[in-house]
Design a protein around this ligand. Sequence first.
Ligand code: ADP
Ligand code: S3P
Ligand code: MG
Length: 163
Amino acid sequence: MMGAGKTTIGRELARRCDMRFVDCDHEIEARTGVKIPTIFEIEGEEGFRRRETQVIDELTRVKGVVIATGGGAVLDPANRAMLAERGVIVYLNVPPQVLWERTRNDRNRPLLQVPNPREHIATLYRQRDPLYREIADIIVDGGRGNPGGTVRQIQKALETCEK
Ligand SMILES: Nc1ncnc2c1ncn2[C@@H]1O[C@H](COP(=O)(O)OP(=O)(O)O)[C@@H](O)[C@H]1O
Ligand SMILES: O=C(O)C1=C[C@@H](OP(=O)(O)O)[C@@H](O)[C@H](O)C1
Ligand SMILES: [Mg+2]
C-alpha cells in the first residue's frame, strides 16, 4: 500500500544484501522527466498504469535486483503474474491508520488528493489486501518499529523462503 515503506525498506534491504535497488515510480519519473502527479494529470491513471506495467515487465527480467513497486501495481493481473513468476514477493502489511499518518502531508500521491484520504486509504486497503496476499511469498508487519527492524525480519524470512 502507499506509505507501507516499500521505497524506504526496499532500498535498505538492497544495501544490506549488496544488491541493486530500483523503485518503479522513480524509474517512470526518470524516463518521462516529470513527477508522478504530472503523469496522472496529463495521461490519467490509465496512462500511468500502462507505463507501470512496461517498467515492471522490464525490471522483473533483471536478476539480482530489489524492486519496489508502487502500491497499485497489484491491481493488474498481468503485473501480478510477472511478479509472481519472476521474483520473491514481500508484502509489507501496514494498518490503514498508520498508512494515513505516514502519507497525510505528502502531495506526491495523486490518489490521496481527495476530500477524505483517511477513508479512501481504508477502502483501498480492503480492496487490495487480498490481492497482495494472493501473490505474497513473505508477509511482514511493516507498521511497527523502525525500518531497520523490518529489514531484518525480511532478511530472516528470505533465509527460509523456498522460492
Ligand atoms: N517503520 C517504518 N518503515 C517504513 N517507512 C516508515 C517507517 N516509519 C516511517 N516511515 C515513513 O513512511 C513514509 C512512506 O514511506 P515510503 O517508503 O515512501 O512508502 P511507499 O514507497 O510504500 O509508499 C516515509 O516518509 C518513511 O520515512
Ligand atoms: O497505490 C497506488 O495506486 C499508487 C502508489 C504510488 O506508489 P507508492 O506505493 O510508492 O506510494 C504510485 O505508484 C502512484 O501514486 C499510485
Ligand atoms: Mg514508493
